[in-house]
Each structure stands twice: as structure tokens, then as C-alpha cells.
Design a protein around this ligand. Sequence first.
Ligand SMILES: *[C@@H]1O[C@H](CO)[C@@H](O)[C@H](O)[C@H]1NC(C)=O
Ligand SMILES: *[C@@H]1O[C@H](CO)[C@@H](O)[C@H](O)[C@H]1NC(C)=O
Length: 156
Amino acid sequence: MPHPSGSAEMKVLAFTLFCLFIAVNEAKVYERCELARKLKNSRLDVSSGYSIADWVCLAYYESRFNSRAVGPPNRNGSRDYGIFQINSRWWCSNGKGTTANGCRSSCSAFTDDDITNDIACAKRIVKDPNGIRAWVAWVKYCQGKNLTRWTQGCRL
Ligand SMILES: *[C@@H]1O[C@H](CO)[C@@H](O)[C@H](O)[C@H]1NC(C)=O
Ligand SMILES: *[C@@H]1O[C@H](CO)[C@@H](O)[C@H](O)[C@H]1NC(C)=O
């Protein structure tokens, strides 16, 4: 029969490991208005020709506002990174497979809490002929929708 205090120690150890696991995996999830303000201050609307609400909607459906999101591998082996789920085939390098690396960046640079470089890359992506339609989630969930709720109550 196991020693009772040993079992208690195991529980404490398990709990400690659990907390460490949570801390390591803790993601920076932006609040809706926090993100809206950051995008507004970066003049993403002016630069892209799309409203802040469009971008907040897009970011929600791409990453649920999680700046550290890494998508599962796409069918062609590329992956999507960060709050805007920027694709490794075209826009950043993850060291695997070929990349056009249009934003001249490592993909991991798009998965930290500072989204300044993600925004800079989004400004570049949206300059292509497809514009914001490069993001399938925007086409599917944001295009032609009433987007007022995405910036409602935010002081922009
Ligand atoms: C690979 O798949 C992703 C997501 O489906 C897409 O954005 C990208 O353009 C694809 N790359 C190629 C070379 O087809
Ligand atoms: C869009 O939704 C808001 C509330 O979220 C509402 O006040 C507004 O009237 C709606 N606009 C249109 C054009 O339906």
C-alpha cells in the first residue's frame, strides 16, 4: 500500500507541473477593443482601405485573437502563423519547404505578443490584387456582414 504522505507529495508535484504547463502555454489573447485600438493606432484601416471592424472580424475568425496561434499544416505542407494566420508559403519562412517570403520574416516572428510586425505584413499582403480576400475567413465570415459589433464600445 503506498505511503499516504507520498501520495500527497505526488499530488503537489502533479499540480506544480500542471501550473508550469499552463504558464508555458499561456497565450496572449487580445481583447477585442485592445486589438481594435492597436490596429487603429497602426493606421491599418487607412493603409489598407478596409475598416478596423473588417480586420478585427478577420483576426477573430483566423486566430480567435490569439497572437501565438499556429495553424495545423495545410494540405500543401505550409502553415499559418499568428493573429492574422500569415502563410509560410508566401509570406514568411519557417525553414521548411519553399517560400516566397514576401514579408522577409521568419514565421516565428508572427507568434509573439507584439503584433507590430504582423500588422506590417498584413499591410503588404493586402496590397496584392486579391486584397483582403487573401484571407478565406474574411470572405466567409466578414464580407458583406454587419460588422459594427466588432468595434462597438471601443474608444478608437
Ligand atoms: C497552400 O495552402 C494555403 C492554405 O490553404 C494557401 O494559402 C497557399 O496559397 C497554398 N500554397 C500553394 C503554393 O498552393
Ligand atoms: C448593424 O448592427 C448594429 C448592432 O450591432 C445595429 O445597430 C445596426 O442598425 C445594424 N446595421 C444594419 C445596416 O443592419
